[in-house]
Structure formats: C-alpha cells, structure tokens
Design a binder for this molecule. Structure first.
Ligand code: COS
Length: 389
C-alpha cells in the first residue's frame, strides 16, 4: 500500500487550524496578561469573560437554533486547550458552560433548550451540580430531594464543589425524585439563580484554579416549574453520566493546555538560562526531559482529539456509549499535565518555585484535573467496566 500524501488522518483540517490561531491570539492578548493577578487575588477573570463573550468563544458548543455557533466537540476542546495554555481558571468559562448545558442539549425538551441556551450563548454562565458533601465519586448516593407539588418541583438539599457557582445563571441540578429507586430515582432539572429558595453558599479556598469560584449551593423549598425537568423523571443519573462522557475530554483539553503552556515556558527558559558557561538547553539532561514532556503532550493531544471526535460521532449515531475514550483521555491528559508541570518547575529551578514565573501556578492548576469530573481512579474504574463488558 503506497503512501498517499493527500491522506492526512492526523493533521487537523484547515478550519480547526484557523480556529486555533484565532483563539491563541485572543488568549495571548486578552487573557494571559491577567492570569497572574487572577490567581494571586483569587478573583474571577472578568477580562477573559469579556473577551470570550465578545468573540463568541464563551460557549461555541451551543446549537445554532438556540442562538449559538453549533461548533463540534473538537472545536470546543481546541478553544479550551488554547485558553488553558495561558490561564487554567479562564478555560473553565467555556468548559463549564458546556458541562452545565450538555445534559439539556442531549436530553432536554426543545422548549427548555430555548429557555436556557440563548442566555448562555449571550454570555451568561451555566454550571453542573451533581456532587454533595457525602456523595462525590459515589454520585448516586446523593440526598438532595425533589418533590412534585402541582405544576412545580420543590427541591431541598445542598450541592458542593460547584465550579463557577455564584457566577452562573443556570444550573443543571440532579436530585432524588424516588428514594426507593436508587440511581433510577434521580432526575435532572434546570434551576435558575433567581428561582425562589435557591441560594449560593460559601466559596472554597483552593490550591489552584483560584480565579474560578467553587461554591456550595443550597435549595430551601426551591420551586421550579415542572417544565424544567430534563427528559423523563428518573433519567437524571443517566443524563449526568452521559454528560460526563461528553465533557471529560474537555477537562482533558484543559489539562493538555496547561501542560503545553508549562512546556512552552520551560523551552523558552532553558535557552536563556546559562550555567557552567552555556545555556542549560545544551545539557543532555535538559533535552531528555523536554523530549519526555513533548512525547506525553503529543500522546495526550491525540487521545483528547480522538475522544472529542468520538463524542461527535456518538451524537450523530444516536448516543453510543462514549465513556471508555472520554474517561481514558481525561485521566491520561491530567496525569500528563501533572508530570509535565512538575518537570517544568524543575527545569526553571529556584525561579520555577517563585511566583515570578507562571509554571508554579500551572503546576497548582494541573492538580485539580486529576480530581474533578471523575477522579482518575473513577475514570479507570469506568474504563475497566467497559473493557470487561
Ligand atoms: N451513560 C449513561 N448511563 C450510564 C452510564 C453512562 N456513561 N454509566 C452508567 N449508566 C447507567 C447504568 O446503565 C445504570 O442504569 P440502569 O440501572 O438503568 O442499567 C445506572 O446508570 C447506574 O449505573 P451504575 O450501576 O454503573 O452506577 P454506579 O453508582 O455503580 O457507578 C459511577 C457510577 C461510579 C461511574 C458514577 O457514579 C461516576 O461517574 N462517579 C463519578 C462522579 C463524577 O464524575 N463526579 C464529578 C462531578 S463533575 S466535577
């Protein structure tokens, strides 16, 4: 079989390359200059939100019929990757907008989509509320309860670790509607920040992604119209897990971007830094470290892009199980991000340990990617179950 130079399965089509150039330019111009300040002051990246909203990169996944751009999963991961390359906190704007709306997009009614999604396309934020204090990896053990009263559902309980909580207008909330039915007794709702009985609690003080608020949510007789349920009663846990099958690659993309950002910083530094009369780039130890970092990043990128493309085909083909690749790409890319950022700090030596260079921030930001949207242990468990059928 002869090599056909026109067949380039591992080269992105031109429109994705152009997208990367556009978002990289925006990220370097409008997001990178504020990343250190956002981290040090633990403040929301307002500049990033403005730039992303103005350019439409805030939520490119929202379908065209709901006022969005209808961009595919591969485009979405490229956007998240490029933002994360300069600021992990800011990359959570498009990533969590997708997480907070994916269940609705997959399983919600047209009316509910029209009620919610135009707001997100127009620059408001969405979040995803699954986790509770006593129900993290074991998400089906949640206690938040929704009871039907006439044309409304009344929700009571609390959620924690909600990314962009307090900044979002819309929340996808999973709650128990039938306590006797286990995972099949959970339903998903869209809750608005102005719904009566909805309250945002305290913020977490974290190791990294300090620009993105992580909040508790309280539901105290919180009333939502019955039309706000996503899909049928009892399908909420499936919606929650299907969502994660689509969005774990987006967290993988965040990890990939953080790794690439740290790698780029390290490459620039070793060419400048001189010790023993030459640039440290001239030492074989440095070259071997960079080679290992590059191999891992390239492998992670292939996995993430494959998982994202797979998710797109899954939608087109009617919801095939996507979990294996989604969980694997997220776990792999986040482990890579941790390893690469630690190595980047090492290559910068004492300077890498200071806040004068961004690699220590990237190292701290990388850690959460091994934990959220399914710890890497849960991701491996999801993979194990699928491998063994
Ligand atoms: N898509 C759709 N449905 C799925 C699914 C998927 N990917 N995975 C499982 N389901 C269904 C199962 O088919 C089962 O439904 P039926 O009883 O109708 O067959 C139901 O969901 C329960 O599945 P299972 O028994 O496997 O649930 P478990 O409680 O054993 O485990 C895990 C589910 C551990 C995979 C899940 O709780 C999980 O992913 N936990 C991590 C949560 C997480 O990622 N949190 C981070 C939140 S975002 S920061």
């Amino acid at each position: 079989m002869g090599f056909n130079p026109d067949f380039e399965p591992f080269k992105l089509p031109e429109e994705y390359q152009e997208l990367r150039e556009a978002i990289r330019g925006l990220a370097e111009r409008d997001i990178a200059p504020y990343a250190q300040d956002v981290d040090e002051n633990e403040r929301f990246p307002e500049e990033a939100l403005k730039a992303l909203n103005e350019s439409g990169f805030n939520a490119i996944h929202v379908p065209e019929e709901c006022g969005g751009q209808g961009a595919d999963s591969l485009a979405a991961v490229i956007v998240i990757e490029e933002i994360a390359r300069v600021c992990g906190s800011s990359s959570l704007i498009p990533a969590v907008n997708k997480l907070g709306t994916m269940g609705l997009i997959l399983n919600g009614s047209e009316e509910l989509k029209q009620e919610v999604l135009p707001d997100i396309a127009n620059g408001e934020l969405a979040s995803y509320a699954l986790t509770e204090r006593e129900a993290g990896s074991d998400a089906a053990a949640m206690k938040t309860r929704a009871v039907r009263e006439g044309d409304e559902w009344v929700i009571n309980g609390s959620k924690c670790f909600i990314t962009n909580g307090g900044r979002s207008s819309w929340y996808t909330v999973m709650a128990v509607t039938d306590p006797e039915a286990g995972a099949r007794g959970i339903s998903a709702f869209m809750v608005h920040k102005d719904d009566p009985g909805f309250r945002v609690g305290g913020l977490e003080h974290k190791l990294g992604i300090k620009g993105s608020p992580t909040a508790e949510l309280y539901f105290e007789d919180c009333r939502v119209p019955a039309s706000r349920m996503i899909g049928e009663e009892g399908t909420g846990f499936k919606t929650a897990l299907q969502t994660l099958d689509h969005t774990r690659p987006t967290i993988g993309a965040q990890a990939l971007g953080i790794a690439q950002g740290a790698f780029d910083q390290a490459v620039a530094y070793v060419k400048e830094r001189k010790q023993f009369g030459k640039a440290i780039a001239d030492f074989q130890n440095t070259q071997f470290m960079l080679a290992d970092m590059k191999m891992k990043i390239d492998a992670a990128r292939l996995m993430i892009y494959t998982a994202a493309s797979n998710a797109e085909r899954g939608v087109a083909e009617g919801g095939e199980r996507l979990g294996l690749m989604a969980a694997g790409s997220k776990a792999f890319a986040s482990d890579v991000a941790m390893e690469v950022t630690v190595d980047a700090v090492q290559l910068l030596g004492g300077y890498g340990f200071t806040r004068d260079f961004p690699v220590e921030r990237m190292m701290r930001d990388a850690k959460i990617t091994q934990i959220y949207e399914g710890t890497n242990q849960i991701c491996r468990m999801v993979m194990g179950r699928q491998i063994l059928g």
